[in-house]
Design a protein around this ligand. Structure first.
Ligand SMILES: NC(=O)c1ccc[n+]([C@@H]2O[C@H](COP(=O)([O-])OP(=O)(O)OC[C@H]3O[C@@H](n4cnc5c(N)ncnc54)[C@H](O)[C@@H]3O)[C@@H](O)[C@H]2O)c1
Length: 173
């Protein structure tokens, strides 16, 4: 039977589990993809942009707002990829999308209240990072290599999808 719930034994009120929708978007300019990091990420790790949906927003509106807020870019086309339940820190439904920026509009305006860094990465750089074993290990020169989220995270799958196959952008945002 579908549906989890708890019934309060004193007043019979039914409580259903709460889940927060989150969009995670891999922005591309056609040849490169935009990845960002927060200060608490493992050193060297970059990921796609994520953000909680606000009340009243469509997923398309959340993508457009989050990308504009975090890196100052306007997205033009949107393509749904996949979803994943994500239990950390509370229960979220991650909705993963690919998006493109308007041609020629690639200048990043970083929101330092939300992100530590963001940059455009070439296809070959991302492909190497996907293949890297022991990605979070410090190198002999003291630096941490550019690396990506672990395989179990939908962020990894979204980035892998971008590397492996051309995405058709069909939905205007
Ligand atoms: N599975 C993956 O691949 C993947 C990748 C990136 C992010 N995530 C998850 O996506 C979520 C959002 O990512 P983020 O980078 O914006 O996170 P974040 O932790 O930076 O949160 C951003 C803001 O959202 C607020 N917030 C927290 N819970 C909320 C809720 N339920 N509804 C509305 N706002 C809330 C926080 O107060 C914070 O100010 C996080 O839970 C993160 O763990 C998952």
């Amino acid at each position: 039977m579908a549906g989890s719930k708890r019934v309060c034994s004193s007043n019979q009120i039914i409580y259903y589990p709460q889940m927060a929708p989150v969009v995670i978007t891999l922005v591309s300019d056609g040849t490169r993809c935009l990845l960002a990091r927060q200060s608490f990420f493992p050193k060297g790790m970059y990921s796609a942009l994520a953000g909680f949906c606000d009340i009243g927003e469509s997923l398309e509106e959340t993508v457009r707002r989050e990308v504009a807020e975090e890196v100052g870019l306007e997205v033009e086309r949107l393509h749904y990829s996949a979803s994943q339940h994500w239990p950390f820190p509370n229960s979220s439904l991650m909705i993963a999308c690919h998006a493109t920026v308007k041609p020629g509009q690639t200048e990043i305006r970083l929101n330092l209240r939300e992100l530590e860094a963001a940059a455009w990465f070439r296809h070959d750089e991302v492909a190497i990072a996907l293949r890297r074993n022991n990605p979070y290990t410090q190198q002999q020169n003291g630096a941490f290599p550019f690396c990506l989220p672990p395989k179990f995270a939908i962020a990894h799958q979204l980035i892998k999808e971008w590397v492996e196959k051309p995405i058709r952008f069909t939905l205007p945002v």
